[in-house]
Design a protein around this ligand. Structure first.
Ligand code: HEC
Length: 128
């Protein structure tokens, strides 16, 4: 009886897949994640500023660089460009990354989701 129980435990351990360590960026998954942003942001050929600025070419773009969009003072005063690292930090916790931002979004906890989202955003060039 004891033996059988042990065997069961071992079998279970073998059958449970190891946690995935692959954090490969997946733009298709990122498109799905972008639904959380789409209420305020647009990307693509006809992207316009809505509640938030359009995000074409945002990866590598200077912070607060979209003409005609009224940024918060906090964001307008930020002197850096959106590297993937900065974007990831911002999307994880917007108000911690840029205190005073008017982007009302709690943030994304899942690092893979953030990576996918950035992969999705990278597809859109500044002038697309
Ligand atoms: C409720 C509306 C809202 C949602 C949802 C939202 N944003 Fe924003 N976003 C804004 C606003 C407003 C700003 C401008 C903030 C400021 O000026 O402080 C902004 C700014 C940004 C910026 C900086 C743009 C620049 O030109 O420097 C990025 C990048 C960004 N958002 C990405 C995202 C992503 C990705 C998501 C989805 C995960 C998202 N946002 C969700 C409203 C939103």
């Amino acid at each position: 009886m004891k033996l059988t129980l042990q065997a069961t435990v071992v079998m279970t351990a073998i059958l449970v897949p190891p946690p995935s360590t692959a954090a490969a960026q997946d733009a298709t998954e990122g498109e799905r994640a972008f639904r959380r942003c789409a209420a305020c942001h647009q990307v693509g050929p006809d992207a316009a500023n809505r509640i938030g600025p359009h995000l074409n070419g945002v990866v590598g773009r200077k912070v607060a660089a979209v003409e005609g969009f009224r940024y918060s003072r906090a964001m307008a005063a930020s002197e850096f460009a959106w590297s993937e690292e900065e974007l990831a930090k911002f999307l994880a916790n917007p108000r911690q990354a840029i205190p005073g931002t008017t982007m009302v979004f709690v943030g994304i906890r899942d690092e893979v989701e953030i990576a996918n989202l950035i992969a999705f955003l990278k597809q859109f060039e500044t002038d697309s």
